[in-house]
Design a protein around this ligand. Structure first.
Ligand code: NI
Length: 145
C-alpha cells in the first residue's frame, strides 16, 4: 500500500513576549525589537498537523479524523487564549518563538496521539507546520529516528 500524508488545520490564539531576564533592556530590544515590549502581544496561529501511513484497507483512512481532532483539540486547549510565557509551563527557559512553539506542540501532539486509545498502528506524526502570520510559518519534522 502507498504511504499517504493527511493534514488538518487548527486555529488558536496566544500572546507572548521575547525577553531574556539576564540581558539588559538594550540587548533585549536590539535582538527582539518590538517583541521585547513589556506587556507582550498576540497572534492568531494556525497549526497544521500531518500524519503519514498506509490507508487502512477496511476504512481507507491513515488515521480517523475524529481521533486526530480529539487529540489536537486536547492539546490546544492548554495554549488557546493563554499568555505563553505566563500561563503555560513550557517557556520558563525557552523564548516562545514560533520555532520553539512548534517543537513544543510536536511533543504534545505526539504524546496525545500516542495516549489516545483505539488508534490502529501504522501512522506516524510526519510534520507540524505552525503559521504565526500569513507570511511566516515554521515546520518541524521531529528528531531524526
Ligand atoms: Ni509575536
Amino acid at each position: 500500500m502507498p504511504e499517504v500524508t493527511i493534514s488538518r488545520r487548527f486555529d488558536f490564539s496566544s500572546s507572548h513576549r521575547y525577553y531574556r531576564e539576564e540581558w539588559s533592556e538594550e540587548e533585549n530590544t536590539r535582538v527582539f525589537g518590538l517583541c521585547a515590549l513589556p506587556n507582550g502581544h498576540g497572534h492568531n496561529y494556525t497549526l497544521e498537523v500531518s500524519v503519514s501511513g498506509e490507508p487502512d484497507p477496511a476504512t481507507g483512512m491513515v488515521i480517523n479524523l475524529v481521533d486526530l481532532k480529539g487529540a489536537v483539540d486536547g492539546v490546544l486547549i492548554n495554549f488557546d487564549h493563554k499568555h505563553l510565557n505566563l500561563d503555560t509551563p513550557y517557556f520558563s527557559e525557552r523564548i516562545p518563538t514560533t520555532e520553539n512553539l512548534a517543537t513544543v506542540l510536536w511533543d504534545e501532539v505526539a504524546a496525545a496521539l500516542a495516549a489516545r486509545p483505539g488508534i490502529p498502528d501504522g501512522w506516524r506524526l510526519a510534520r507540524i507546520r505552525l503559521h504565526e502570520t500569513e507570511d511566516l510559518y515554521v515546520e518541524y519534522f521531529g528528531e531524526p529516528a
